[in-house]
Every structure is written in C-alpha cells, then in structure tokens.
Design a binder for this molecule. Structure first.
Ligand SMILES: OC[C@H]1O[C@H](O[C@H]2O[C@H](CO)[C@@H](O)[C@H](O)[C@H]2O)[C@H](O)[C@@H](O)[C@@H]1O
Length: 626
C-alpha cells in the first residue's frame, strides 16, 4: 500500500523526523534512544536547527560522535527538565484499605507501595504550557503518576491500573486529574496517544479510557461529571470504530472486529536507530515503511514486541522482520472494545439518552456475536487471535486469550459453560505451574512480551476474569494465581526494594528481561495491580503458605527470611526449597489426577540442582531456553 501520503509521527523536525533527529539518533549517543527525544530544547527550534546546520557545514556533513555530543550538550537540557517537585496533596498515611490486609508482612509492604505514589508523581512546570515547542512532552493541566524509570510521562493503558491503585489509596483528586487530562487530550488530539510525548501522537494504546470513567464512577458516582464528558467518550469510541475495525468473513457471514494499526511514516522516534536497523536489509522505502508500520502497530498494542505478532509461513516463529501486527485480530482488543460499548450503553442510559444507549447496545451485541463466531473455538475451549493473512485462528497460548472473561465479552446466559471451558483450557496449558506467575507466551524470542516474562496487566486480566466469574473452581484458581504473583513480587521487593515493570514467570522472585531496553523499576501498573490484589485477597492471603498446600513454597521461605544473607540462611533456604519443590511435584500431580512420578525421579532432578523450572518439563510444559 502507498504510504507516501501519510504524515510523519509528528510535525516536529527535531523530535519526530528530519536530518537533525536522524543524525543524533544514528550517532548512538545514549544506551537508550528515548533519552534524546525526551530532552528540552535550550533556545528556540529555529536557532537549534541553525546550530545543527552550522555543525553539519563545519564537519562536511560527516560529524564525529563527539561533534554530535557537543551539539546536543550545547542545545539541549537533560531529559526530565519539564517537571517540578510535587507531592500529591491528597496523599495521606493509612488509607482505609490497608486495614483489610491481615498479614503483617503484606500490610507493611502495601503501606510501602502506597508511599511509592509520592515518588512516581509528576507535575509539569508552568513554562511547559507557555513554551510547548521546546519540549516533547504533551502538556496536561493535572499532575500524573508515571510508570517510572525511562517512562517519565503518562502511558495510556498503564493508567487504568494506576488509577485503580490511586483510588484504593484514596487519592481521588490525583486519579480524577489523570482522567480529566485524558478527556482533555481526546478533545485536543481526537484520541489518546500511546504516551504523553508528541512522538507518540500518531498511535494509541489499548482503549481503557471508558473503563477508567467507569472505575471513577463506581468508586463515587458523579453524574454531572459523566454528563460533562460523555461526548468526549463518544469521540474516543468512534476513533477506534473508524480507524481500527476490519471486516472478517467466516462461514459466509461478515463480522466487524478490531486490530491495531498505524497511519504515519517513519521509524519510532524514541527507538529510531533500533527500527532503522531492523529494516536495514529491506531494499525499498516502501518495504521499510511497511515494517515501521508493523512496529508502531505493535507498540500500539502495548505488547511491543512479541512473537504474538510474528507471522512466518503461517506460524508465530521468526523475528521482528516478520511482524504482521496489522494482520492479526487480537482477542483482548476486541474484548475491551465490546466492554466499552456495554459501558457506553449504560452511561447513556443513566444520562437519559435512550437512543444513544440503544446505539451502543446494538454495537455491543454485534461485537459479542463477532467475538463468539470468529474468536471462540469450541474444540479448544477458549478465544484465540485470528490471522487476517491466512483466515485462520492462531492457536497459541496467551493470557489475553481469556480476556473476554475479564471484560464480560460473552453471552451471560452461557456464563457457566464459558467459564468451565476456560478453566479446562488453563488447566490443559498448565498455566499454574510456573513459579513466578503466568508467562506471556510459550515462545522464547528474546522479545519482552514473550516467554519467560510475566506482566502485571496480564496477571490481572486472568485473575480478575476468573475471580468474578461466579464459579467456585474459577475463584479458587484465581486465588492461587493471585497468591503466587503477590508472593513473587514480594520476594523481589524484599531483595531489591524495587517494583518492576515485568517479572520472570519461571523463577520465584525472578526479574523480567529481554527487548530493547533494560527492565524498569517504579512501577505504576505493577503497584496498582498488587494493591488491588491485596485489597481483594488481603483478608485471607498470607506472605507465606504452609508446606503441602501446593503453593510455590521454594521462594516463600526466602521471603519469610527477608532474603537475608549468610551461609546458614542460604543452606536452610536451599534445603527447605528442595523439600518444598519435591512436595510441590507430588501435590501438583495429585491435584491433577496424574500418576505419581517413579520413585527417585524427582529427587534425581532436584539433585541436579534444577528446581521448580523442572516442574514444567515433568508436567509437559515447554522448557526454558535461556
Ligand atoms: O520505547 C519502547 C516502547 O516503550 C513503551 O512500551 C512499554 O512500556 C509502556 C509503559 O509501561 C507499556 O505501556 C508498554 O506496554 C510496554 O511495552 C511504549 O509504550 C512503546 O510505545 C515504546 O515504543
């Protein structure tokens, strides 16, 4: 397709396209390409460009790295220059939800996480509003809570979990301020960009604005606020309907479903060199542009990057050059949009607009039908992504396969049926045998949204989907998965005093990795998810569990000991861990009705120093390739 008529990622000839960006980013001055595009221009855009061309003339258009570094130092202030000190005024000690957390260790940890909002709050200096052209940050009136680390600005889908966490912390003004920022941005830009920088302004992220409004309304109903902003919500929904839907024909019927997309030219400015390098082997500009579009669409999905978006000979093998994000209809995106339609019908009903309510009700029904007809698979017992390229399902495990349970995007009359099939599916793929959480995929591509990484929003979707499904078996599984996630996060916290953006599913207390930047700490959505799990399970959940319960015991012992050093402690932890793992194998197999392992088999594996990871091969799950 011809993409030459499309606009660049944004107008700025400094932050989004043009020779200056190309020269600086290709010089590779920083470990992280995002550093440069987050810097503030010292003087004016025109002066900066003049200084750039002076430097190019001086060096015969072949500047050395040192020349480029000097130019940047002279013309730009460091990243993060747009913020001033800010303490959220609505932060207070001891919000009520803490009292629901019975276990003293978990209680103390929750109080620490509540305190982290103070660290992650960002308020823009007034001059940012007056001199937008000197910054890449998108100005918003209200302070925000950011994810943390290199993510110094708001992120669209992250903010859903952040806002929920803030409400538990009784930080209503901050939460509502963030929602108001988003509503204001939809009015200014027409949709919510991936994140709060102009270089993100041509793509979005999973559409959670309408659920954010629902979250705020649920916590404290405010009809006038809803009325004031309902048209903005209409606009956000319409953006997705207009720019992201495709027609899918199955069994002679046509259905409308959504997929991620991109309508701009050029590589991602924040990962400029990385994208140019991936596209390097392609001969034509047209082919390069197609690949850039796939990269940007993958970033829009929030799963940047993942084998989930690879298509190679009809499989999910390959690498970034095989990205075909735009050709895949994802379960989670459609589950979220179906939910959006239901919420919008409800909002309009509450506001006394039956015509609009009916419009969204019809859309919701169509979406629900399409999800069932195209994405649900009776033989597998779950929803699966759909490939537009091959007109076939993509039968791979992703936590997002069960997203319709979370968003309620299925016929409620058949609830028990869907729920029991999904539990069987999760059991079949052995989703609960991983020591550190649910892995993102079973493919080890080296990308960050792949095995063995485990991401907070995905744990949340599965746990909450099961938790609220009304089935006792589902609730039990939800509780087990939640306990494992909470304890593994706690393990990392007790060792490193850090909350991470992602973890390693295969190691209790394991750190996430892979992808194009190092694992980040902070971390907005991680804290939000843990706070909500602690709020949900705090009356029964403990930081450790007694032996023999089938829970992952190996790391729990360490967490109890606070990850302390010393040979004796390490030995104790080691012995207890081996015993617990052996016991875990027995319990795991018994619970699933599997015959016990041959005598000595488990101890032989344990003696080889392999621990819980081996449980996966013992039970048939893929082995870790790292
Ligand atoms: O700079 C690379 C990419 O970084 C972001 O993606 C990752 O972090 C986000 C913030 O936590 C998260 O929303 C996203 O799911 C992560 O993959 C950014 O969103 C991407 O657009 C960007 O290319």
């Amino acid at each position: 397709a011809d993409r030459t008529h499309l606009p660049p990622t944004c107008d700025s000839v400094i932050y989004c396209h043009g020779p200056l960006l190309d020269t600086v980013q290709m010089a590779g001055l920083y470990n992280d390409s995002k550093t440069f595009v987050d810097m503030k221009i010292k003087v004016s855009q025109d002066d900066t460009l003049n200084h750039f061309y002076d430097m190019m003339n001086r060096t015969g258009s072949r500047p050395t790295k040192a020349d480029v570094q000097e130019f940047v130092s002279q013309n730009f202030d460091p990243e993060g220059s747009e913020f001033e000190d800010w303490r959220p005024p609505d932060w207070k000690e001891n919000p009520q939800f803490l009292s629901r957390i019975k276990d003293p260790l978990l209680h103390a940890w929750a109080a620490d996480l509540h305190r982290l909002w103070l660290v992650l709050g960002r308020k823009m200096k007034p001059e940012v509003k007056l001199q937008q052209q000197l910054y890449s940050i998108i100005y918003v009136d209200n302070p925000v809570i950011v994810p943390g680390g290199r993510f110094r600005e708001f992120y669209y889908w992250d903010s859903y979990w952040i806002i929920r966490g803030l409400l538990l912390s009784e930080m209503r003004d901050t939460a509502r301020g963030m929602l108001s920022n988003f509503l204001n941005i939809v009015e200014r830009i027409g949709f919510i960009p991936n994140g709060g920088r102009i270089y993100y302004a041509m793509r979005s992220q999973p559409p959670l604005l309408i659920p954010m409004m629902q979250t705020i309304q649920e916590e404290r109903p405010d009809l006038p606020y809803l009325r004031q902003h309902i048209h903005t919500l209409d606009r956000e929904f319409d953006y997705w309907l207009t720019n992201h839907t495709v027609e899918v024909e199955v069994g002679g019927h046509k259905y409308k479903l959504a997929r991620y997309n991109d309508m701009s030219q050029g590589p991602r400015p924040e990962s400029y060199k990385e994208d140019i390098d991936v596209a390097r082997h392609l001969e034509t500009t047209e082919k390069k542009e197609e690949l850039y579009a796939e990269l940007k669409a993958a970033a829009e999905s929030g799963w940047d990057f993942s084998s989930r978006w690879f298509i190679l000979n009809g499989t999910n093998k390959g690498n970034l050059t095989n990205l075909k994000t735009r050709s895949i209809v994802p379960v989670d995106l459609n589950a979220i949009l179906c939910w959006n339609a239901r919420l919008m019908a409800d909002f309009h009903q509450r506001l006394g607009d039956p015509a609009k309510a009916e419009y969204y009700r019809a859309l919701h029904e169509q979406w629900e039908t399409a999800i069932h007809e195209v994405l649900w698979h009776e033989d597998v017992g779950v929803w699966l992504d759909y490939s537009l390229a091959s007109a076939r399902r993509r039968d791979y495990f992703y936590p997002s396969n069960v997203a319709p349970l979370w968003t309620g995007a299925y016929s409620q009359e058949k609830r028990d049926y869907y729920v029991s099939r999904v539990i069987n599916y999760l059991d079949k793929v052995k989703v609960d045998i991983f020591e550190g959480g649910i892995p993102t995929t079973f493919e080890h591509s080296g990308e960050q949204w792949d095995y063995p990484n485990a991401w907070p929003p995905l744990q949340y979707m599965v746990v909450m989907g099961l938790h609220k499904s009304g089935s006792a078996a589902a609730a039990r599984l939800a509780g087990e998965l939640a306990a494992k996630w909470v304890r593994s996060n706690l393990r990392v916290w007790s060792r490193h005093r850090a909350m991470l953006e992602k973890y390693d599913a295969t190691i209790f207390g394991g750190l996430g990795g892979g992808g194009e930047y190092v694992v980040q700490t902070g971390f907005g959505w991680t804290n939000g998810v843990i706070l909500e799990l602690l709020n949900t399970y705090g009356d029964v959940l403990t930081a450790s569990e007694a032996f023999g319960s089938g829970a992952p015991s190996s790391g729990v012992v360490g967490a109890q000991l606070g990850g302390g050093g010393g040979v004796a402690t390490a030995l104790l932890v080691g012995i207890a861990s081996l015993a617990a793992t052996a016991l875990g194998v027995v319990v795991y197999r018994r619970r699933r009705g599997l015959p016990p392992r041959a005598p000595g088999e488990v101890s032989r594996l344990l003696a080889r120093g392999k621990r819980y990871t081996e449980l996966r091969s013992l039970s048939g799950a893929p082995a870790r390739q790292r």
